[in-house]
Design a protein around this ligand. Structure first.
Ligand SMILES: [Zn+2]
Ligand SMILES: [Zn+2]
Length: 456
């Protein structure tokens, strides 16, 4: 119920044109508007606070105030997820390379004269030492694609590697002059409209950077202090308890379903009040780290990681940025083609049986449900690509397109999708199982083109 109300609040904020700083209602206004209990409303408010849509201001003239979502909440959720699945730094680098290659493919055809002036100014500022943030060029190039989803994920993957280092300053200063030279050549190729050359230069530049960083000491066994589990509104004590439990889950590699303890035992172990403990449980449940099961034999259990917490904040952020479904579909296609290729290159016998299982599972889905539920194969392919960072991006995109599809597919389109998909999926899976990346890409591209036609 709280989730439904939270979604309605987000809808209302979007409808009002996202008026940052405006009060959209006092608690009693909202209780009346949504017709729910105070407990449900407060839970819903906690959710929209987590998503940085709005926050509750107490006192006279207070109420639910619209806020500006930032990338920070997404970074926190993404880092937490990558930490949880124990993603290696080289996976983050490979993911960054894949997305920035997509940027170099799109940017040359889309840039205008203002972009050219901005790029040249930025390179000049780098040369004179006025700009020392090496990410600025990458951010500007991504913005030239005019695809907010691509821009967002490039930004995230440029920031995440820094979190793997105890000494983040090593990340920026030493490589600086080499980076600047590479940036200048890269922007020349983009301005010249040579996507192939830009792509090769991007690859060379990012590989050099990855090589430099690989030689530094890094650690992914700790969660950086800068990463918050609960955003700005979190209770410090609750957050500490949640962090301690997360640490235990990761360091001891506790399996899913493992019983961490009963509520009473855990309250005693961490020496906190019941209210603080329940706040910690909310954070752990939100990030799919552990969940509380009530009743006899109940307690707190380790849960499998899920991309839901990331999807949640990404959906809100992109809605605020006015992203169109076409942007989503475009990025999803570009990314899935790379993933199909990687999956074909890295296929194993276990991978082949997972493909088989996914196809079998799709056969048991009824026709009516198929358009919504029949795309598990895409998720399996993103897993088989063997890169947890890319898998995260792909799963978020797949879920977001699915949300749009459910809203926009007509009944006749649904029927057509249900008719075509199983055979197409079989073809894609067969090419991957044979290790034939080119054929897998071709079949997947055709498939996604057909699906895109049904999207509004
Ligand atoms: Zn760079
Ligand atoms: Zn499909």
């Amino acid at each position: 119920m709280a989730t439904v109300i939270a979604r309605r609040i987000v809808g209302d904020v979007i409808e009002r044109g996202w008026p940052v700083g405006e009060v959209i209602g006092s608690e009693s206004d909202l209780l009346e508007r949504y017709g729910v209990s105070r407990a449900v409303l407060r839970e819903a408010i906690r959710l929209v606070e987590n998503q940085q849509v709005a926050h509750m201001r107490r006192g006279p003239g207070g109420g639910l105030v619209v806020t500006e979502p930032t990338v920070d909440a997404i970074i926190d959720a993404a880092v937490l997820y990558l930490h949880r699945v124990n993603a290696r730094l080289d996976e983050v680098f490979e993911a960054r390379l894949v997305l920035e290659e997509v940027v170099t493919e799109m940017a040359p055809a889309r840039l205008d004269e203002t972009d050219i002036a901005n790029l040249r100014q930025l390179i000049a500022d780098e040369a004179s030492g006025e700009i020392v943030d090496h990410r600025a060029v990458h951010t500007l190039l991504a913005s030239i694609t005019r695809n907010p989803a691509l821009e967002l994920f490039v930004d995230i993957l440029n920031r995440v590697p820094v979190l793997y280092f105890r000494d983040p300053t090593a990340f920026t200063s030493t490589t600086f002059s080499a980076s600047h030279h590479a940036h200048a050549r890269l922007t020349d190729a983009v301005i010249a409209g040579d996507a192939g050359l830009a792509r090769r230069r991007m690859r060379k530049h990012l590989e050099a950077e990855a090589e430099f960083l690989r030689n530094r000491r890094s650690s992914h066994q700790f969660l950086p202090d800068t990463v918050s589990l609960g955003g700005a509104v979190s209770n410090k004590r609750a957050e500490d308890v949640a962090r301690a439990i997360l640490h235990e889950v990761i360091v001891d590699e506790l399996p899913y379903g493992y019983l961490l303890g009963s509520e009473g035992e855990l309250i005693e172990r961490y020496g906190v009040s019941r209210a603080v403990f329940r706040e910690a449980v909310r954070l752990l449940e939100h990030h799919h780290i552990a969940a509380m099961r009530r009743g006899p034999g109940g307690g707190m259990f380790v849960t499998p990681p899920s991309v839901d917490a990331v999807t949640d904040v990404v959906a809100v952020y992109l809605a605020r940025r006015g992203m169109k479904v076409a942007d989503l579909a475009e990025l999803r296609t570009a990314l899935e083609l790379v993933l199909a290729d990687l999956a074909a290159q890295r296929i194993t016998d276990e991978g082949r049986s997972r493909l088989h299982e996914a196809l079998e599972a799709e056969k048991s889905v009824s026709e009516a449900e198929f358009a919504d539920a029949g795309h598990d194969l895409h998720g399996v392919i993103s897993t088989l690509a063997g890169n947890r960072a890319l898998e995260l991006v792909a799963l978020v995109l797949i879920r977001l397109t699915r949300l749009h599809q459910i809203e926009s597919l007509s009944d006749s389109a649904r029927q057509k999708v249900a008719d075509q998909v199983p055979r197409t999926h079989e073809g894609i899976a067969a090419a991957i199982a044979d290790g034939d990346g080119e054929l897998a890409r071709h079949r997947l591209r055709r498939h996604l083109e057909v699906l895109a036609k049904y999207l509004r």
